[in-house]
Design a protein around this ligand. Structure first.
Ligand code: ZN
Ligand code: ZN
Length: 930
């Protein structure tokens, strides 16, 4: 008798074991050479890429939601017969990782620069070796059904070669250039960062008005003070050290007489020209704008047009450099204070006004970003963006929720060139070499020995590395072996789906689309034909998941102390319950307010299933004792129904099939919450609360005589349906709760299961011939009668254990149904007999009437007339109110014009029902008064 489960459900006792088993047995590895094969003509690949977490990361609730959704879909597709591949990996996370290792060095009293580039990189690799796998280990523990044989790290050798290849190709195609431009400079990270890495916010600050004295050409022909001033306004007064002009609008009458004149820059003494440019807004400030080309992107553009010099006055730590004269060495804000004080002392400060400043902060270190002129590498983005816009425009990529398509398009249409160089050490070093001789650059796949232009051997490699997102934007094809034309690429590209958060829509999603369309567009299809945009895209669908908030809908943050650690919560409730909570709340586009109470509820759900399994196993054993056996493997095709199967068997099979239909549909549309809730209702409500209770009637093995052939057949058939439906329900639930279903499923097969895992079996598909609405209706009536009789017993205070006789009015056309299922109602409603009456004699206190029937129990109770009247009056009021509502709807011409006929018909029949119920309640009240 080995088909046994421990008495209590304990997730800790089963989950680690299965998690390890799935990884060890490599159950979810997917091989390209298995596709296409003649035997699997209709096998479609379902490929999904894990958004690679930072190698420094720890799992948070956002990951847990993201991975739960991906795992549900991957398991569902796999069980639906698709060749399913989910690729895991981690990102080297340039800035984050470098900052972390630097911090370690500081705590040892060392610095990155003391150590030097190569020893520092060795140090980072050591760190990665020791701790880099933590987040993927957490993922393994949570049972993610990924192909671990394909685990990658973005700095792996093969991926690094591909990154170099991509850079070299873009460079040769003229799509990468190097130039001095204004970039967003983070003084904390000491590197350029891209536009999307800047977070904009408003901050209370000041605006300073400063006057520059106008110079005139005197008699000597030299520029001399004229006694006149021009006033400019600035929110960053320290940048005046780098001013090279003041601009006014050509049509601004106030300044027309100053065209062509010069100004003297206060404190610095430099002579700068007044220039005219229609970029200047006449209404803003004084209408005169200081031009600081090295520290403002708009000013830089003006300077380019006018051939003005650019003077960079800050170093990479945002301290004033030698160009700042006496202010050199000061931090930018110390310099600001001193400059403002000096301006005031010199009589140059006109006014200081309060001002709401728009400032940009570094997304990672939160330092205020300084626009700063520096030489960087850029991707010329427009040609790439054009393809990426077309791909979405032409419907080759779909977004869910749909609103993100618009967000994407807006960003794409206003995109700027992408600064891809970072002044870091950790990352993919740019494959470009500078020549000391001719100053030209050699870009190459392999380290060159001489300059390509002048053959000088005096060349040094560029010290910058590439933006981390450059390499991750290539992943959808580099993980499959690009630039080689591989079987993996032929099979798994384009990937089917990307599940990710809104926060990396621009960082990652948009750039994958741009680079995917570009590079894969160059690669022919496996059959040699040209690849169109449709098959160049990196993925066909993007699902943007919601945020996980705390139970009060607050954003989780360390400062608020409301962060829920997924590992901690999994320890308390089990992975299955946490996964189910997230799934049951994951409605597309709606943030999740994560509540432990819900998780506790789903743990109880798992417990319920566990107990159901124990009950079933016990009955299988008892059946075996009287020589009845059912082999679950024989039931795999369909839960068995015999020709004479009783109503509960036909009903539960019908419910199983319509549940499967609804769940499959919901998953196809990413309605995880609906899928989870439908399964929950089926398993807990239909299966456990109703079906199991009824089927007990058929499993009376102790009283089964060995010569009662009909009885034995019926018992055997009931057992077969029970096991068959339960087995199917386990498969239905498996993508949501993979651990408990795996455990019970193997136990059901007595550890001789037909597959290595329930995850490798087929997902239940609805069989139309088993969906039977008439059985659903009949069962609904029986359920209603049971519920009504139970309520009546309670109202009459019938002791729990006492079975009382019951009656029903046979004239409602349900006589046949009740008669043939008398045993079900008797058992579930705990009545000793259930007789049909042709004329009703019971008192209203002992009677209940619903839309389908009138029933009552024979039980003498000290009747509390007042309470009973009260109850009837409440019921009457409730019916009247509902009737009023229905009549209002039926009287609304606008509603009737638009509503479908079936809805209107439903309203009419309910109104008629209510009228009958109201008459009945009134009559009963009259009897009580009599
Ligand atoms: Zn920073
Ligand atoms: Zn050279």
């Amino acid at each position: 008798m080995p088909r046994e489960l421990p008495k209590a459900y304990d997730p800790a006792a089963i989950e680690d074991r299965w998690a390890e088993y799935w990884v060890h047995e490599q159950l979810f590895d997917a091989k390209a050479d298995r596709y296409p094969s003649p035997s699997s003509i209709d096998t479609r690949p379902f490929t999904i890429l894990l958004p690679p977490p930072n190698v420094t990361g720890r799992l948070h609730m956002g990951h847990m939601l993201n991975q739960t959704e991906m795992d549900i879909l991957a398991r569902w597709h796999r069980m639906s017969g698709d060749l399913t591949l989910w690729v895991p990996g981690t990102d080297h996370a340039g800035i984050a990782t470098q900052m972390m290792v630097e911090k370690q060095l500081v705590s040892e009293g060392k610095s990155r620069k003391q150590l030097g580039r190569n020893p520092f990189l060795e140090r980072v690799w050591q760190w990665k070796q020791l701790y880099g796998g933590a987040i993927l280990d957490q993922m393994k523990r949570l049972g993610a059904s990924v192909d671990w044989s394909r685990e990658y790290f973005t700095m792996d050798e093969n991926l690094s070669i591909a990154v170099k290849e991509a850079f070299v190709r873009l460079h040769h195609q003229g799509l990468i250039y190097r130039g001095a431009y204004i970039v967003n400079w983070c003084p904390g990270c000491q590197t350029a960062i891209s536009d999307v890495e800047v977070v904009h916010e408003e901050q209370k600050g000041s605006i300073w008005e400063i006057r520059y004295s106008v110079l005139d050409k005197g008699l000597t022909g030299k520029w001399e003070e004229s006694g006149e001033y021009i006033t400019i306004a600035t929110t960053r007064p320290e940048t005046m050290l780098g001013d090279t002009a003041v601009a006014v609008h050509p049509d601004d009458e106030r300044y027309k007489h100053l065209h062509g004149k010069h100004l003297r820059l206060p404190l610095v003494g430099r002579e700068i020209p007044v220039i005219i440019d229609d970029y200047v807004s006449r209404d803003f400030g004084t209408g005169a704008v200081k031009i600081t080309p090295a520290h403002d992107p708009n000013d830089f553009a003006v300077a380019q047009r006018h051939g003005l010099p650019s003077i960079n006055i800050m170093d990479e730590t945002a301290h004033i450099n030698a160009e700042g004269g006496i202010y050199a060495g000061l931090d930018r804000y110390q310099a600001r204070a001193k400059i403002v004080a000096d301006l005031e002392a010199g009589g140059h400060l006109v006014a200081v006004k309060e001002h709401l400043n728009k400032i940009g902060k570094c997304d990672r270190s939160k330092d205020i970003v300084e626009p700063r002129l520096s030489t960087q590498w850029f991707v010329k983005i427009q040609p790439l963006a054009d393809k990426a816009i077309a791909a979405v425009d032409q419907g080759h990529i779909q977004f869910t929720p749909e609103q993100y398509r618009k967000t994407y398009m807006e960003w794409m249409r206003n995109i700027h060139d992408w600064c891809i160089s970072r002044q870091l050490w950790w990352g993919h070093r740019i494959p470009a070499w500078h020549c000391a001789e001719c100053k030209q650059i050699t870009v190459a796949r392999d380290t060159p020995s001489v300059c390509r232009h002048c053959q000088s051997p005096d060349i040094t490699q560029e010290t910058d590395v590439l933006d981390t997102w450059f390499s991750s934007a290539l992943l959808p094809f580099t993980v499959f072996g690009w630039p080689q034309e591989t079987a993996d690429l032929a099979t798994f590209y384009p990937t089917q789906l990307l599940v990710t958060g809104f926060d990396i829509l621009f960082f990652w999603v948009a750039r994958m689309i741009m680079l995917g369309c570009h590079f894969m567009g160059e690669m022919p299809m496996p059959d040699g034909s040209e690849r169109t945009l449709k098959d160049a895209v990196p993925f066909r669908e993007v699902y943007i998941h919601a945020l996980v908030r705390d139970a009060d809908r607050q954003k989780m943050s360390k400062t608020k102390g409301n962060v829920i650690d997924p590992i901690e919560i999994v320890k308390r409730f089990g992975t299955d319950a946490v996964r189910f909570t997230l799934a049951a709340m994951a409605s597309p586009g709606t943030d999740i307010a994560f509540s432990e109470a819900r998780t506790e509820g789903y743990r109880a759900f798992a417990n319920k299933i566990w107990n159901a399994a124990r009950f079933i196993f016990m009955n299988m054993d008892r059946a075996a004792e009287v020589g009845l056996t059912v082999d679950p493997a024989a039931l795999l095709a369909d839960p068995v129904l015999g020709p004479n199967s009783p109503i509960e068997a036909r009903w539960i099979v019908s419910r199983l099939n319509s549940t499967a239909a609804e769940v499959n549909q919901a998953l196809a549309e990413y309605r995880f919450h609906e899928a989870a809730n439908i399964i929950y209702q089926f398993f807990w409500g239909d299966f456990c609360d109703w079906y199991l209770e009824i089927v007990k009637l058929r499993l009376d093995f102790a009283n089964l005589r060995h010569d009662d052939e009909a009885g034995r057949n019926a018992a055997q058939s009931a057992l077969a349906t029970l096991i068959g439906v339960f087995e199917s329900a386990l498969r239905l639930l498996s993508p949501f709760m993979p651990f408990i279903t795996e455990e019970i499923w193997h136990a059901l097969y007595d550890q001789r299961a037909p597959a290595a895992s329930i995850a490798l079996t087929r997902y239940p598909r609805p069989a139309a011939e088993h969906i039977d609405p008439s059985i659903d209706r009949q069962m609904g009536t029986l359920q209603e009668m049971v519920v009504t009789l139970r309520a009546l017993r309670k109202d009459l205070n019938v002791p729990e254990r006492e079975a009382v006789p019951a009656l029903y009015l046979s004239t409602n056309g349900i006589g046949q149904l009740i008669q043939s299922n008398n045993d079900i109602v008797q058992k579930l409603a705990r009545v000793s007999s259930l007789e049909a009456e042709e004329s009703w004699t019971l008192t209203p206190t002992n009677t209940r009437t619903t839309a389908s029937f009138t029933t009552g129990v024979l039980y003498e109770k000290q009747i509390d007339i007042a309470a009973e009247r009260d109850r009837l009056e409440k019921e009457l009021a409730r019916h009247l109110k509902e009737l009023q509502g229905k009549q209002a709807q039926l009287g609304n011409a606008a509603f009737l014009a638009k509503a479908p006929a079936s809805i209107v018909e439903g309203l009419r029949s309910r109104a008629a029902e209510l009228e009958r119920l109201i008459d009945k309640a009134r009559a009963d009240l009259d009897t009580l008064r009599a």
